[in-house]
Design a binder for this molecule. Sequence first.
Ligand code: HEC
Length: 108
Amino acid sequence: MKTLLIALLVTLPALARADEAEALYNQTCVACHGPDGKGAIPGTPDFNKADSPLHHKDEATLARSILDGFQSPGSSMAMPPRGGMPSLTEEQAVALVRFLHARFGGNK
Ligand code: HEC
């Protein structure tokens, strides 16, 4: 029983962050990346594809791209810093990367 309780206390904050990440995605990121992660506007990567950044960049790099913004060479459209949400924290950016992996694939 005690072990179960400890397991719950350890898991709950992680679950809360996962829910929060999904809510953040649906509030903000969805406008450009779409509910299916395929990209709602030209220039956004299709997160489902094997050649998407989710599959070939590590978690820290992806979190950095979310926080600082990102533009690939020659790209017509940039990812805005913090997805345009100035209050987005580093922890939320990491939670968002994990959410993207859970939803669209890639496992780094
Ligand atoms: C205004 C449109 C827009 C919004 C809002 C937006 N993105 Fe992006 N995002 C882009 C575009 C465009 C790219 C591709 C940029 C490029 O490759 O030049 C991108 C790229 C990315 C990448 C890949 C970065 C890399 O290093 O290759 C990730 C991860 C990402 N976005 C996550 C998010 C998350 C999470 C949010 C919400 C907090 C978000 N985006 C909000 C437009 C947007």
